[in-house]
Design a protein around this ligand. Structure first.
Ligand code: NDP
Ligand code: 2IT
Length: 449
């Protein structure tokens, strides 16, 4: 037993020594490796084959210059990245993030998470992630298009429907995917619909892909709560963010009868004691690309507060972090627990710090970890790839039904491993063990590559 713990510590030390500045990457590796020790003990062949050392090294990383000209003729230079982490189970698959904070550590953490998340979906997709430190905020449509075209002019040589299939993430939605697809098509002179997912429905995007991450999060949380005979109906819910994931998490939470009282952006949060009016949020964010504080102009009963972390001081039964990484730290976790939170469902990637997760678990809060709970987005991306391969499009209902089943399977397989090898409610360990075993077994089958 001590043997495998020592092996894990060795690999964590190796990662810290090789890339001492990559804190986000180190944290996510730590979260996964420290929870899979029972699987390593049952399968000593993994250690012999140096599976962990191989998993923490990306198969390939490309970084590149992205020059572009703004509307005034000024020239800017951003940095582009694609991390191709693991292709054991399928071609690299994962989103692109455009945000000024983007760096290699963040993209390696996201690509590592993505590898295991994608394995949980049960669909043929490996793990990757990419993006740029470009900030789309305040840019004109023309500037965003120019940037996307320049970004794709380098990226296109590294991707393809059977090689690597990017999609959206923070700062990359339908508009950006459209410009990226247009440039890819022009450069390749070939209509490869399956090279990107999250496309517009008229050029072979999947119905329900826009909604899938938020809806999937609620399907997962519902499975977790149903098992404890807890109904979402009538519960007070706090959501952070007001982008793609947050919007459709709010929509499905409201359909389930939950009362969502907050949403936020990077400037501050809105508290509406009567329940968030989603039409207003969509109008501000999707149509006008405005700031969430504009919400209170239309709904004077609601309050706007500057700063993001305050949202976790609002009393609630269920918390759904849907903005970004590390948004719930130990202090926020303590505030939520003090206010009686029953469940936390992670819509964003790694929104809770490691000490916050431990605090939730120590206080018996039901905790739905990101790589399981937000996997509905990428799962539906894989369904988009399937539709593109058969050159057909499924109905919204068909895709939504498949999404529901996928989230149920992810919940059940994670729960099963939690019950067999850890605390029965520890879905962090359950999901990590399920995903790790699947990726490790395929890597073993492929030999030393
Ligand atoms: P969007 O760009 O659509 O929305 C992001 C939201 O989070 C915005 O409200 C944004 O506010 C806020 N936000 C971004 N960065 C910060 C920050 N540093 N501090 C506080 N708030 C911030 O992105 P998505 O909704 O697509 O992504 C949200 C999260 O969900 C990310 O962690 C992403 O990795 C994850 N995710 C996304 C999936 C998808 O399918 N899109 C799938 C699975 C996970 P502002 O407008 O002010 O920047
Ligand atoms: O983090 C994620 O799972 C995503 N941003 C979605 C990736 C995808 O390929 O749909």
């Amino acid at each position: 037993m001590a043997d495998m713990k020592a092996y894990v510590n060795e690999v964590l030390d190796l990662v810290a020594k090789k890339d001492p500045n990559e804190v986000e990457f180190q944290n996510t590796v730590k979260e996964v490796l420290t929870t899979i020790i029972p699987v390593l003990e049952k399968n000593p062949q993994y250690k012999e084959a140096k599976i962990l050392e191989r998993m923490v090294e990306a198969e390939r990383i490309v970084t590149f210059r992205v020059p572009w000209q703004d509307d005034k003729g000024e020239i800017h230079v951003n940095r582009g990245f694609r991390v191709q982490m693991n292709s054991a189970i399928g071609p690299y698959k994962g989103g692109l993030r455009f945000h000024p904070s983007v760096n290699l550590s963040i993209l390696k953490f996201l690509a590592f998470e993505q590898t295991f998340k994608n394995a949980l979906t049960g669909l043929p997709i490996g793990g990757g992630k990419g993006g740029s430190d470009f900030d789309p905020k305040g840019k004109s449509d023309n500037e965003v298009m120019k940037f996307c075209q320049s970004f794709m002019t380098e990226l296109y040589r590294h991707i393809g429907p059977n090689i690597d299939i990017p999609a959206g993430d923070i700062g990359v939605g339908g508009r950006e995917i459209g410009y990226l697809f247009g440039q890819y098509k022009r450069l390749r002179d070939s209509y490869d619909a399956g090279v990107l997912t999250g496309k517009g429905v008229d050029y072979w995007g999947s119905l329900a892909r826009t909604e899938a991450t938020g809806y999937g999060l609620l399907y997962f949380v519902k499975n977790m709560l149903d098992a404890k005979n807890i109904d979402i109906n009538g519960k007070t819910i706090v959501v952070s963010g007001s982008g793609n994931v947050a919007t459709y998490a709010i929509e499905k939470a409201q359909t389930f009868g939950g009362k969502v009282v907050t949403c936020s952006d990077s400037n501050g949060y809105v508290y509406d004691p009567d329940g968030i009016k989603l039409d207003t949020v969509k109008e501000i964010k999707q149509v006008r690309r405005g700031r969430i504080k504009e919400y209170v102009e239309k709904h004077p009963n609601a309050e706007y507060h500057e700063g993001c972390s305050g949202v976790w001081t609002v009393k609630c039964d269920i918390a759904l972090p849907c903005a970004t990484q590390s948004e719930i730290n130990l202090d926020s976790a303590k505030a939520l627990v003090a206010n009686g939170v029953i469940a936390v469902g992670e819509g964003a990637n790694m929104p809770s710090t490691l000490d916050a997760i431990k605090y939730f678990q120590d206080h018996k809060v039901l905790f739905a970890p990101a790589k399981a709970a937000n996997a509905g987005g990428v799962a539906t991306s894989a369904l988009e790839m399937a539709q593109n391969s058969e050159r057909l499009q499924w109905t919204f209902e068909e895709v939504d039904e498949k999404l529901k089943n996928i989230m149920k399977n992810i919940y059940e397989s994670s729960k099963k491993n939690a019950e067999a090898f850890a605390d029965p409610d520890d879905l962090v360990a359950g999901a990590n063990m399920t995903a790790f075993k699947k990726v490790a077994d395929v890597m073993m089958a492929h030999g030393i590559v």
